[in-house]
Design a protein around this ligand. Structure first.
Ligand SMILES: [Zn+2]
Length: 128
C-alpha cells in the first residue's frame, strides 16, 4: 500500500513489518478455504515425504526452477499459505484513531470513525 491518507491529514505508512497500527481481517466466508488449504498442503507433503516423492510434490506446487528444492518443509508450507489472497488489511490512524479497512483485495480503503476516545492502540494486541 505504501501510504494511505487519512481524512484528518495524517498519512498512514505501510513500509515495515510488525506495525502496531496494522492488522489483517480474515472474513468468515474465507476461513474454511484458508484452513483446508493449510491442512491439505501439510497432509500431501507428509505423504510425499513418506513415499519418497518430495521432489515431485515441490514441482507440482511450485515452478522449479526458480523455486529451490532444498527448503525446509515449513518454508514451503508457508509459501503456500493463501492468507494474503483472502485477508483484507486494516489500519488504525495513529493521529485520530480512525480505522481504515481495505475493500476486498483492491487498493481502496473505507474509513470508520471510533465512537469514543479510548480506542487508540486497538490493533496492538497483547504479546504473551
Ligand atoms: Zn486520522
Amino acid at each position: 500500500m505504501g501510504k494511505l491518507g487519512c481524512k484528518c491529514g495524517h498519512f498512514i505508512v505501510d513500509q515495515a513489518d510488525s506495525l502496531e497500527y496494522k492488522g489483517y481481517i480474515l472474513p468468515d466466508s474465507h476461513f474454511d478455504d484458508v484452513s483446508e488449504n493449510l491442512t491439505k498442503n501439510i497432509d500431501s507433503l507428509l505423504e510425499a515425504n513418506k513415499n519418497g516423492k518430495r521432489l515431485e510434490w515441490i514441482k507440482e506446487k511450485f515452478k522449479v526452477p526458480p523455486y529451490p528444492t532444498d527448503l525446509k518443509d515449513s518454508s514451503m508450507i508457508y509459501d503456500l499459505l493463501n492468507v494474503i489472497d483472502t485477508t483484507q488489511d486494516i489500519f488504525e490512524c495513529e493521529n485520530c484513531g480512525r480505522i481504515a479497512i481495505q475493500v476486498g483485495q483492491t487498493n481502496e480503503f473505507k474509513f470508520f470513525k471510533p465512537d469514543s476516545n479510548n480506542t487508540k492502540g486497538i490493533l496492538r494486541g497483547k504479546k504473551k
